[in-house]
Design a binder for this molecule. Structure first.
Ligand SMILES: [Zn+2]
Ligand SMILES: [Zn+2]
Length: 342
């Protein structure tokens, strides 16, 4: 009899995830089969269900999830780096083309041909998943499978954004949007020695920001641009808030030669004054998840810094409800599926 596994599956735009049974997949050449212990629930999973940022509908049915942690239980032909029994992470990136300029110059997360778990290929909302060995990271022993899961997308996306912010001790970094990513960004920016300003529309999120070490916490409605100017301006502004309403504050707050890093997916345009760029020399850039090396560096850092956000555990059967809660803005940190729960 074929061994079966349960999975939470997207079946079409706007439709609830379904729990379905599939045969446990066989790893092909260069692939690993992993047995999941945990998997975080990300806003991008919600975007796929909604169809807002989503693959073509022909990709469905599709197993969502790209913050998985599990044990390697079988290796396909040609795998000789990661041992059976190793605890590994299933991140956003399934693979990239490996030969374009972006791939060859250390910017593989911008590869136009990259394929994502839960977008192009099946992800980690399943008892078992297939990964490419070359794109698999080993989780350090010091990080639990619960704390590791959200590092694989939320954490590395925050880390990737910070790498582009040119932080140094004493520089001021304004972080807009204190959801899971912003909460990691605060901890990482503090570890880099920066003075951290947190901005959010929700006073409870500002409380969390203070608890995580933010030096200043400002309500989005209270003129953050002006308040940041009053304390000397920001050398970097990083946006994790899913709105273009932050833009005017960012323009006001950013110091000459500063950096503006866009991380949240905001489809609405902003107005950019070209003279402002000329007279300030500010660099505006974007950041998308992170490379394999950035993920390794983040996990090493996570092992020593105890990077953590608030985690709520849920069973796989409640994956769809978890997306509903995310949509209603009811989640402060991260929901993580615990595969040992029924
Ligand atoms: Zn994600
Ligand atoms: Zn490439």
């Amino acid at each position: 009899m074929t061994a079966m596994m349960r999975a939470a599956v997207a079946v079409g735009y706007g439709k609830p995830l379904e729990i379905r049974e599939y045969p446990i997949p066989e790893p092909g050449a260069g692939e690993l089969l992993i047995k999941l212990e945990t998997c975080g629930v990300c806003h991008s999973d919600l975007d796929v269900r909604k169809g807002s940022t989503a693959p073509p509908e022909s990709t469905f049915p599709l197993i969502l999830g790209h913050e998985g942690v599990g044990i390697v239980v079988r290796r396909g032909p040609g795998c000789n780096v990661i041992e059976e029994g190793a605890r590994v992470g299933l991140p956003w990136m399934h693979d990239t083309c490996g030969h374009c300029r972006e791939c060859l110059t250390g910017h593989e997360s911008f590869c136009a041909e990259h394929r994502g778990h839960s977008f192009d290929v099946n992800g980690g909302f399943a008892e078992y998943a297939i990964m490419k060995e070359a794109y698999t990271v080993v989780i350090p022993e010091a990080i639990s499978s619960f704390d590791a899961a959200p590092l694989l997308c939320a954490g590395v996306t925050a880390y990737g954004g910070l790498q582009k912010a040119d932080l140094a001790p004493g520089k001021t970094c304004a972080i807009f949007g204190i959801g899971g990513l912003g909460q990691y960004a605060i901890q990482l920016a503090k570890a880099a020695g920066a003075i951290v300003v947190a901005i959010d529309a929700n006073p409870e999120k500002l409380e969390i920001a203070r608890r995580l070490g933010a030096d200043h916490a400002i309500l989005a409605a209270d003129d953050p641009g002006g308040q940041i100017r009053d304390i000397g301006g920001a050398d970097a502004c990083i946006n994790f808030a899913p709105t273009n309403r932050v833009w005017d504050d960012i323009v006001t707050a950013t110091n000459p030669l500063g950096r503006v890093v866009s991380v949240a997916q905001v489809p609405e345009p902003v107005s950019l004054n070209l003279e402002w760029l000329i007279y300030t020399g500010i660099r505006v850039t974007g950041s998308s998840v992170g490379t394999r090396q950035e993920l390794r560096d983040l996990l090493d850092l996570g092992a020593s810094l105890k990077l953590a956000i608030d985690i709520e555990t849920i069973p796989l059967s409640r994956a769809d409800e978890a997306l509903d809660r995310l949509e209603r803005g009811e989640v402060d940190g991260r929901q993580v599926i615990d595969f040992s729960l029924e």
